[in-house]
Ligand binder design. Structure first.
Ligand code: SF4
Ligand code: SF4
Ligand code: FES
Length: 302
């Protein structure tokens, strides 16, 4: 990466090629409101709250700082009267959509907005601020593309195809984790995990021992296929010949948790596959039994 320098609000900061103005500002503690930017996702420029004024030579203009790449000699202003006015207008629109949303209220407080000039035309209790983070994490990071924006104007929302629930949903809950507005609800029962308001419903894997739900089946299937590893049998044992060989003659079938502990390389996969078949409580119990069995075998052999 090539180093360069940019000026923000009169101070000069180092920056790297490939960074965006918002990255440099955040790293240096300069407040720029931003509701649709995430370090793991490509810039999107949806909320427009991160507007700043840039100057190159004599030319000045407003840009979204989350999507504007740094360039040598760039001069940035983050808090002019015009910027403040624009941001307050955007927050008023957000207040009209989600008057009770905690992140919107917090932003309004910080920007000195007490109420909205605009009428509330949205359903009561609306939480979604249309930042698109859930859609982008589902497409860009998870690769499932199970949800997307639908409709226009005040009907615009995030949903599954035809609001019928998506068969592509893995139940990973990345969308829930990334949502800044707590607008996606997860409900689960013994057999399924449901994501609302998308109507996505996925089946859960149950613990082979006690029957408690462990994790969404489609997610487990995807990870298994990406790792290209064997899963343990229903008793929670590995039959991977490499593991058995490396462990020597003492143990014929290696309990997956023990194999993970012995072979650092395999910890994640082994723990994962054991977790697939056993809940955390049963996994602990099984691992304790397995460790005791190994210790007993070692005592007999010595
Ligand atoms: S839970 Fe479903 S909708 Fe949400 S990110 Fe994962 S795959 Fe996408
Ligand atoms: S549901 Fe959450 S993450 Fe998705 S667009 Fe709405 S506020 Fe953003
Ligand atoms: S954070 Fe830049 S447009 Fe939303």
């Amino acid at each position: 990466m090539t180093a360069t320098e940019i000026q923000i609000d009169g101070q000069t900061f180092p920056a790297q090629d490939g960074e965006y103005v918002l990255d440099v500002a955040r790293r240096n503690g300069i407040f720029i409101p931003a509701l649709c930017a995430h370090p793991l996702l490509k810039p999107y420029g949806a909320c427009r709250l991160c507007l700043v004024e840039i100057q190159q030579g004599k030319r000045r203009r407003m840009v979204a700082s989350c999507a504007y790449p740094v360039q040598a000699g760039l001069v940035v202003r983050t808090a002019t009267d015009k910027i403040s006015e624009l941001r307050r207008g955007i927050v008023e629109l957000l207040l009209a959509r989600c008057p009770d949303s905690p992140p919107v209220r917090e932003l309004a407080r910080r920007l000195g907005v007490s109420e909205s000039r605009f009428p509330t035309l949205y359903r009561a209790g609306e939480k979604c601020i249309l930042c698109g983070l859930c859609v982008r994490v589902c497409h860009e990071l998870v690769g499932a593309a199970a949800i997307s924006f639908v409709s226009r104007g005040k009907e615009r929302r995030v949903d599954s195809p035809f609001a019928l629930g998506s068969e592509d949903c893995l139940g990973c809950c990345a969308c829930v984790a990334v949502c800044p507005a707590d607008a996606i609800a997860v409900r689960s029962d013994a057999d399924t995990l449901n994501l609302m308001p998308f109507n996505n419903s996925v089946k859960m894997e149950r613990c082979a021992k006690c029957g408690k739900p462990i994790a969404p089946l489609p997610l487990l299937a995807l990870i298994r296929s990406r790792l290209s590893l064997q899963e343990p049998d229903r008793d929670g044992f590995h039959s991977d010949p490499d593991l058995i060989k490396e462990d020597g003659d003492a143990v014929e079938r290696v309990p997956a948790g023990v194999a993970g502990a012995i072979h650092n390389q395999k910890i994640a996969a082994s723990s994962f596959f054991l977790a697939k078949n056993l809940c955390a409580d049963c996994r602990l119990e099984r691992s304790a039994q397995a460790l005791a069995a190994v210790a007993a075998q070692q005592r007999r052999a010595s």
